[in-house]
Design a protein around this ligand. Structure first.
Ligand code: AMP
Length: 288
């Protein structure tokens, strides 16, 4: 497909050099840049990141890159939706300034192999279920931060563990970027918006509601129940829910994501992942 480099006011770059040149031009180089990294198949959740970014930055750069390194399942990578033209239209309508949409070779030209010590974050929840996933995430986010040099970067609470991993990346490399976390945007019935929701059949779409329901029930009963009881009830509910193949439902310390056994932790979050048909969904809710 041929892409115009500028459609209406949205600048589209596929090459790092061209993006850098534009960002470094005399009219742009003093401006505050906000970066919104995505894998495309944009929905309202992504757009809420863009709108938040627009309020806090002079220039908003949205990146779309389906990062092969963060997919541990080749079938998932293959199946990931890539509706490029619709994404461009959505970014234009949202009045986003820049779309950076590199190819795989552009992002992974050099054959660098490095690992970051993510501590326990690597081995719990998504880390345990998707080995190597967060190493892939830090690889691509570090590249994007190094390239764009944003003052601000916007991430969704929807990927709670990813936020914790990126906080660690920024701290480790002392990167001069402020992370802004945007709340989970949901459909009116509670389902967390996700690019993967397009894979759900009508029946699966209905079944998928069990995830947000389990989280909401946990929050509702939080004050009256112990943590083990809350977890047991959520497991019972999800395991009884038709069409749900539960991966995990955990109540964790909001910073370390280590499972919480009592309510003494300052911050607590409930996180869940499950298959609905072939589609793996994640969701979470902050309990305190
Ligand atoms: P993705 O394209 O799935 O990698 O997501 C790109 C960014 O959008 C990540 O920071 C996600 O956490 C965020 N995001 C995805 N879904 C939502 C949602 N429902 N509400 C808020 N942010 C979201």
């Amino acid at each position: 497909m041929r892409l115009a480099s500028s459609t209406k006011n949205l600048k589209i770059f596929t090459k790092k050099k061209e993006l850098l040149h534009w960002l470094g031009s005399p009219e742009n180089k003093q401006k505050t840049v906000g970066l919104v990294p995505t894998m495309g198949a944009l929905h309202e959740g992504h757009l809420s990141l863009i709108h938040t970014a627009q309020k806090q930055s002079d220039i908003v750069v949205c990146s779309i890159f389906v990062n092969p390194k963060q997919f541990n399942d080749p079938a998932d990578l293959e199946r990931y939706p890539r509706p490029v033209e619709q994404d461009i239209e959505k970014l234009q309508a949202a009045e986003c300034d820049v779309l950076f949409m590199p190819g795989i070779d552009e992002m992974y030209a050099e054959n660098e192999e490095w690992q970051m010590d993510l501590g326990s974050l690597e081995n719990v929840l998504e880390g345990r279920s998707r080995p190597g996933h967060f190493q892939g995430v830090v690889h691509v986010v570090k590249k994007l931060f190094d390239l764009v040099g944003p003052q601000l970067a916007f991430f969704g609470q929807k990927d709670y563990q990813q936020v914790m991993v990126i906080k660690k990346l920024v701290k480790q490399f002392k990167m001069p970027v402020k992370l802004v976390i945007v709340p989970v945007l949901r459909e009116p019935d509670g389902l967390a918006m996700s690019s993967r929701n397009v894979h759900l059949s009508t029946e699966e779409r209905r079944q998928a509601l069990a995830l947000s329901k389990a989280l909401q029930l946990t929050k509702k009963h939080f004050n009256e129940r112990t943590i083990p009881r809350l977890k047991a009830e959520a497991h019972g509910f999800l395991n009884r829910s038709e069409g749900i193949k539960l991966d995990y439902f955990e109540i964790c310390d909001a910073e370390t994501l280590k499972p919480a056994v009592s309510k003494k932790n300052a911050g607590l979050v409930a996180l869940t992942a499950a298959y609905v048909g072939r589609t793996r969904l994640i969701d979470n809710i902050i309990l305190r």
